[in-house]
Design a protein around this ligand. Structure first.
Ligand code: KG4
Ligand code: ZN
Length: 343
């Protein structure tokens, strides 16, 4: 039995997990900072790193306790080294290096996006390469061809906002709070997705890139128009049904863009499996729409359960376990890289 301790602090979740033999989650602890950043409507990097410092040790203790093991039982450590907020990443990297040094344990650095994709193997142990992978989160919208273990070919990425960022910004415009994705999805359930014909960006060169800023601007204009229609003198808050319709129509446009690109990628590269990961993969409308389209063409869709879609350390331990098995080891010069590319 091999136990790997995973540590994740790339953004606003402090997370630690113990993984057995690369697949079995013995513990998976996530301390969210949502209440720290909510008053600001987005993540404040300085506050994020400070909170990581405050909670990293209790989170590690809890992960070990939940797994029923001590540091002496570990075989290795895996830590997120990027991409992310550098001050946040450094907390995890420093703690991981200190434990590895003190306990003479092997250590490996993990790309956060590779971690998100690795969550699919925790969910679906029978998953095999090759597949198309869509990573959609607050900071990233990446579409990759994954032909084999640890190999990634970039097929498309966002040219402006990340998908989750668009959900967060639209939620902020509507006064729905942070994080915006779950709030938009909740409101959208009671709305009409065809109420407002928001634009779906496509590139004339056939690129598989994404763009969400035009959609966000269209929402800004729509809110201005609806506000005027409701009361020409000012900008009163929209009625509850208008909010639900805006959310449903925005969500439908975002989902349509994501599904169109990933289906085209799977067809173009003759891939029979699509993996979707990252916080936006929690979205029920996206999961349903993609499953319906893909299954109609005999393509399998693997989406981790919501707890494994949002940032967590089990996915980092899973990606790290693969690299450790392949003999990869980090030196003491391991460092955080804010804009670390996946491919
Ligand atoms: O993967 P994640 O936890 O952190 C990053 O690596 O960014 O993703 C967080 C993002 C946020 O933008 C949040 O609004 C979005 O995922 N998100 C959702 C949903 N749940 C979380 N977006 C749409 N629908 C959801 N249900
Ligand atoms: Zn993430």
């Amino acid at each position: 039995m091999t136990l790997v301790l995973g540590i994740e602090t790339s953004c606003d979740e402090t997370a630690a997990a113990v993984l057995e033999d690369g697949r079995r989650i013995r513990s998976n602890v996530v301390a969210s900072q949502v209440e720290v950043h909510a008053p600001y409507g987005g993540i404040v990097p300085e506050l994020a790193s400070r909170r990581h410092l405050e909670v990293i040790h209790p989170v590690l203790d809890r992960a070990l306790a939940d797994a029923g093991v001590g540091l002496e039982d570990l075989a290795a450590l895996a830590v997120t080294v990027g991409p992310g907020l550098v001050g946040s990443l450094l907390v995890g990297v420093s703690v991981a290096k200190a434990i590895a040094f003190a306990r003479r344990l092997p250590l490996v650095g993990v790309n956060h996006l590779e971690g998100h994709i690795a969550a699919a193997f925790l969910e679906s142990p029978t998953l095999t390469h090759p597949f198309a992978a869509l990573v959609v989160s607050g900071g990233h919208t990446h579409l990759c061809h994954v032909p084999a273990e640890c190999e990634y070919r970039l097929l498309g990425r966002t040219r402006d906002d990340a998908a989750g960022e668009a959900f967060d910004k639209v939620a902020k415009l509507l006064g729905l709070g942070y994080p915006g994705g779950p709030a938009i999805e909740r409101e959208a359930r009671g709305g009409d997705p065809r109420a407002i014909p928001f634009p779906r960006a496509v590139f004339s060169d056939g690129s598989l890139d994404f763009s969400f800023s035009g959609l966000k601007t269209a929402v800004v204009h729509c809110l201005r128009d609806l506000g005027r229609a409701a009361a020409p003198s000012g900008a009163p808050p929209l009625g509850p049904q208008q909010v639900r319709d805006v959310c449903a129509s925005f969500q439908q446009a975002a989902v349509d863009m994501l599904v169109e690109r990933v289906m085209r990628a799977a067809r173009d590269h003759a891939l029979g499996v699509i993996v979707v990961a990252g916080g936006v993969a929690c979205n029920g409308a996206l999961r349903q729409a993609l499953k319906a389209e893909a299954e109609a063409e005999g393509i399998q869709v693997v989406v981790p359960s919501p707890a494994l879609c949002t940032d967590n350390a089990a996915m980092i331990a899973a990606a790290g376990a693969v690299r450790l098995r392949r003999g990869e080891r980090a030196g003491w010069d391991l460092n955080a890289v804010a804009s670390l590319p996946l491919c």
